[in-house]
Design a protein. Structure first.
Length: 206
């Protein structure tokens, strides 16, 4: 598996690379200091699995780089990793074709889970997008969640682990886990903390 990090701060690249090496064994991480250098690396490596790109860089910045990558390599997943927690930046990047937006303030576990989600063909949307004023889905029907998944979500928001959720709902723990995974996917989140934040911001739970 091969990744490319495009960021003008070597320390940031080192930190992101350390996370990416946890995705799988034998991970190779390439680096570039700006968009132009990143495009050259992409052109030279047709076997890249994912690109992680900063928005604000010296040289060719993130948005023009994102637009060029999407135009030239539409099948290549690209994730923005940015210090900006402005929901408008996240919406703009996602609308331009980024497969995810990860704030640099996110923990390692969140970044790792988000990258894995993108590699699985999904799109990672951070909770800050809802907090920034995107009109949230306010009904179960709009999210696509079943009534049973809503029951599981409510208990997740109460802080219950899978085992206790299963006991309350008379459900096998493995079934609870499957419902939790489906809830995460429907809400565009990667962990319980984000699910709770997103569900509350969307008015799905009190």
């Amino acid at each position: 598996m091969k990744f490319l990090i495009i960021d003008d701060h070597p320390i940031v690249r080192d930190g992101v690379a350390a996370v990416l090496r946890q995705v799988d064994s034998g991970v190779e991480v390439l680096e570039a200091g700006d968009g132009a250098a990143g495009l050259a690396v992409i052109a030279a490596h047709s076997d890249l699995d994912c690109v992680l790109l900063d928005l604000r860089m010296t040289g060719l910045p993130g948005m023009p780089t994102l637009e060029q990558v999407r135009a030239q390599y539409p099948a290549l997943p690209l994730v923005i990793v940015s210090s900006s927690e402005d929901a408008a930046d996240a919406r703009r990047a996602l609308a331009a074709g980024a497969r995810g937006y990860i704030p640099k303030s996110a923990g390692r576990s969140t970044m790792l889970a988000a990258v894995r989600l993108v590699l699985a063909g999904e799109v990672y949307v951070p909770p800050l997008v809802l907090a920034g004023g995107v009109e949230p889905a306010r009904t179960r029907q709009e999210t696509g969640l079943t009534e049973r998944q809503m029951d599981v979500l409510r208990l997740v928001c109460e802080g219950l682990p899978n085992r206790e959720i299963g006991q309350q709902l008379d459900m096998h723990e493995k079934t609870v886990k499957a419902h939790v995974t489906a809830v995460f996917k429907a809400l565009g989140v990667v962990n319980r903390e984000q699910a709770i934040e997103t569900a509350r911001a969307a008015g799905l739970v009190g």
